[in-house]
Structures are given as C-alpha cells and as structure tokens.
Design a protein around this ligand. Sequence first.
Ligand code: NAP
Length: 243
Amino acid sequence: MKVAVVTGASKGIGRGCAIRLAKDGYAVVVNYSHSDDKALEVVKEIEAFGGTAMVYKADVSDLEQVKKMMREVVSKYGQIDVLVNNAGIVRDEFLLMLNPNTLDNCMDLNVKGYFYCAQQAVLKMFRKRSGVIINISSVSGKFALPGQSVYSATKGAVNAMTQTLAKELAQYGIRVNAVAPGFIETEMLNALPEEKKKEYIDKIPMHRMGTVEEVAGVVSMLASDTCSYMTGQVITLDGGISL
Ligand code: NAP
C-alpha cells in the first residue's frame, strides 16, 4: 500500500487532502500540531469507509520533530510515497506595523517547515527511486494583496523551492509540484470579517470561494501517474481571481 504524509491535516485543505488520498487507496498520515480531537476525527472518517490512516502530532517547524515523524512513519508503514506540505499560517500585517514575531512564525512554518519535511521525506523516497512532493502554495505567492507581504513572500519561496527541487530531484524519480489555491472555505478564511469576505468574493470571476475538495482533487491528480511527466509546476486554482 502506498503511503502519503499530509502535514496540517486536522482541518481545512489538509483534512480534505488526507480524506481524498485515503479514498485513492493510500495509507495516510494525518499530521497536526494541536487539535487532537479533530485529527482523530479525520482518521475515524477515513476508517469508516475502509481506509487506512494514523494521526501524528508534530510541529513541522521543528526539524527534530519532523525527523522523528518520518522515521516512525517508515517503521509503521515501510515507506513514504507522497508528501503533501500543507501546514501553514496566514498573518496579515502592513509593513509599518510588522511585528518581528509574525515574520519568524510565518517563515518557520510556511518555509522552513516545508524544507524540513521535504528533506526528511526525500531521505526515505531515495531508496525506492520514486516519490511525489506536493507543496500547498497560494495565489498570494504571485498576486499582491496589501497587508500580505510576509505571507506572499513565504508562498513565493514555496513556488521557487518547488521549481528548484523539481530539477534537483528528477534524477531520483521524485516529482515536485505545487498547488496555488485562491480563496478556499476553511477556518483560515472564516476568521475574516464578513464584509472583507464579500469584498473578495465580488472580485472572483466565478463569484464563489473554492472548496477543500476541489483543492484535494488537484492534489490527488498530481500524486497520481496521470501527472507522471509533470514536475516543477505551480497549478493555480482560484476561480479566476489572478487573471
Ligand atoms: P487551517 O484550516 O488553518 O488548517 C491549518 C492546519 O495546519 C491545521 O490542521 C493545523 O493543525 C495545522 N498546523 C498549524 N501549525 C502547525 C504546525 N506547526 N505543525 C503541524 N501542523 C500545523 O488552514 P488552511 O486554510 O486549510 O490552509 C492550509 C494551507 O493552504 C496553508 O499552507 C495555506 O497557506 C494554504 N492556503 C489556504 C488558502 C485558503 O483560502 N484557506 C488559500 C491559499 C493557500 P492544528 O490545529 O492541530 O495545529
């Protein structure tokens, strides 16, 4: 059975990806950092349709915790075939109000965390000379929204790392791609004030937010052999807002 590790899978897009990959037949590792009950619910939901999954609590911005997680996943399931780098945070602050902690927190999770997980997963993928990494980026990586310079910078970094790692790892049979969603209905966005949400929706040509299932569908396709010749790509999924 192929094995997929999804970071930040207790909620939102990560949860959707974990459920979809389990439906595709992967044994899924539901990583999270705080929400024990929600992560367990995801595993229960997967097991209810006959899928295989385990929870793994680890802060992916901490290299030692990531090393331990990947080691324990391999000792339980024997291999890692797919990594979905998803755990991320959004913090909106204008430059003049920028708190250095915001910068550190966003960089630590959205950039360093992605590198730590990619490095430790690739160490396991080498053996089989195959593997897939899917980085969840954001349309903010290339589309400017005032107040999002830090978040945008982290997602721009994810896009750049996706391309470079794709080139570096192709020789080992490892593909690296990214998905750049626009506005997707999750807790992250539900935290926005209603009038702000409406303002964003008005700007989306499709006049609605996306769903986690729509993001998970693209992740599923990128993980599959349908995309066996695709690497280094950033797929935008945003209802047309970046056009
Ligand atoms: P979310 O609903 O806030 O969920 C975030 C997930 O990450 C949770 O499962 C959380 O688990 C986990 N997490 C947070 N810190 C962690 C850490 N240090 N280590 C491990 N897990 C951690 O977020 P989302 O909206 O689904 O966003 C997921 C990804 O999609 C992010 O990279 C985000 O930038 C990107 N994205 C989202 C949107 C959107 O519209 N929602 C759009 C574009 C891109 P715990 O609660 O257990 O800590």
